[in-house]
Design a protein around this ligand. Sequence first.
Ligand code: FEO
Ligand code: CA
Ligand code: CA
Ligand code: CA
Length: 662
Amino acid sequence: MSLDEQNAVLFGNGDELPSNHSANPHMNELIDQRRRQILAGGAAVGALGFLGVLPTIAEAAEQSPELPFTRRNRLPFDAIPVSRADTITVPAGYRASVLVPWGTPISGNLPPFLEDASNSAQDQAEQVGMHHDGMHFFPIDGRHGGGNKSNHGLLVFNNEYIDAPLLHPNGPTTVDGKRTVAEEVRKEINAHGVTIVEIRRNQLGDWEVVPGRYNRRITAATPMQMQGPARGHALLRTLYSPGGTATRGTQNNCANGFTPWGTYLTCEENWAGYFATRDADLPRELKRYGLRDSSRFGWETLPGDEFQRFDATRKAADGRGDYRNEPNHFGWIVEIDPFDPESTPIKHSALGRFAHEGLIFAPMKLGSPLVCYSGDDSQNEYIYKYVSNGRYMPVVGKPDRLLDDGTLYVGRFNADGGGDWLPLDIKDKAFQAACSKAGVSFANQGEVLINTRLAADIVGATKMDRPEWGAVSPDNGEVYFTLTNNSSRTKADAPNPRAANPYGHIIRWREDSSDHSGKRFRWDIFLLAGPNEDSRGPNGKPLDERNILASPDGLWFDPDGRLWIQTDMSGSQLSSGPFGHNQMLVADPRSGEIKRFLTGPLGAEVTGISATPDFRTLFVNIQHPGEGSTATNLLSAWPDGPGRRPRSATVVVTREDGKRLM
Ligand code: FEO
Ligand code: CA
Ligand code: CA
Ligand code: CA
């Protein structure tokens, strides 16, 4: 292999290859049947109308008693056009400024960012990580106080992955496809994870970093604890943790969540590519997650325990003597307490193991179970829901067990617009029957959770078009999920109505039970992304120049019930499609209106969003500007200007008059 080819293997884009080879239907048979019935009746209807499901939820929403329908303009700005400018563009009357780009010093000796990327691995552990993604703003009084402070808080965000060619002065060193410089790999490990940084508005109204005691980096080497049913499981025993209770690090953290008790949740997405195994006969808990014989960055090719833990090859008599089980410590939701810099992050196994995009909570109700949702972002994977066994009682303090003791369900989206949450619970009779029918056995619930994807295959979950972020409407509790695209779908079905779906769509559902904890829901499709001639907006009409988009990914409801949509287009969609650069749009689900609000710089993804409680500051993350750059070929000048390395960063959006954003 040439060096370029080796590097293509070592430093590829990191998206997971499809690994769902289960026979679960895409529901083609069902939908074909339904289509034939309707066509036989002579109905002339559009791509979605034939399902007869759209009006059901739309009508329900308008009749919703929670909030009266108002005719107030909820999108009071002029849509901006698509853009190919290497900058951030926002509508007239708004301002965007850059905060905490990669390398910003936050802790320790506050090592300054060096333009030639010659900062050490230790420097990187004291600076903002690379490639910002999911994010949350915690008001500084969020733990002890009302949580209303809007000029001072902790900004917590994921650093999903790295561009190794930009992280080092002249890119990564490899010899015969192997890494040879430990300091380089340590820097890569330290550029991953999560950044916690205290920020405050100064007298001019600008946000700046406070070098305070909360500032902290979580990296791909930070010690972590495992909790929930899989804690201590034989499949989690490693040389580092013979008892199967602890691990080190979190990586490829994509979207996020946050709990009502003021902690941050980071979600492990394309983690499988960080490991390699030379074993030919892979156990199901590795095979179903796409483990391969080479890793994305080659960390395991260096000697020493800190690197060898990424080599899952069997070497010892059992799991306590090697790292065959190390990948089983990844694919989880990780809870971090930003207000306690000494705290150890917790991996919550009850929430399942897959390529977690994010975690989104249903509205918390006193005395009701805690309910949250998470998508498995890989082609033809599933959407999950978790319901706690305990009830949410905030008066008793931090309710630790709520995320460790509950039922994990997976979604089946039926062709008639109904849906079922199917329990992945070893004590559930239907689950036991499905296992026995499939000839699969699990020794205990820990093993079910370590094999979440297999368990979901067995019960007949619906294969989706890469579930990304979710968001819950504050108006009526409807849950929205982006399905970003799916190049490997060959036949359309009802919830994924386009074969080889290049543009993606947004699905939504309404739970039958008011506290979201039940097993039935009704779904419809909110938006089919794409160009004018192949799209459908929330108002039922094709999208137009104000709002064409593709590959929806980030999703967030603001406090007034507007839905903010961020895109993650890549490759030819960015370079030759009609969509311009990645962008952020705002939709009003009540009126069906949707407008483009922000466009990003060249090669960047727009991802991660949070706001201050007064909604005067919006934080948005810009990831990988100038994607594909090398030290000698800089493809974007954002944010620092020509000739300087492009850097992922947070963008602060405010109104020029300083008022509430909308
Ligand atoms: Fe990291 Fe699913 O996007
Ligand atoms: Ca990303
Ligand atoms: Ca994403
Ligand atoms: Ca994405």
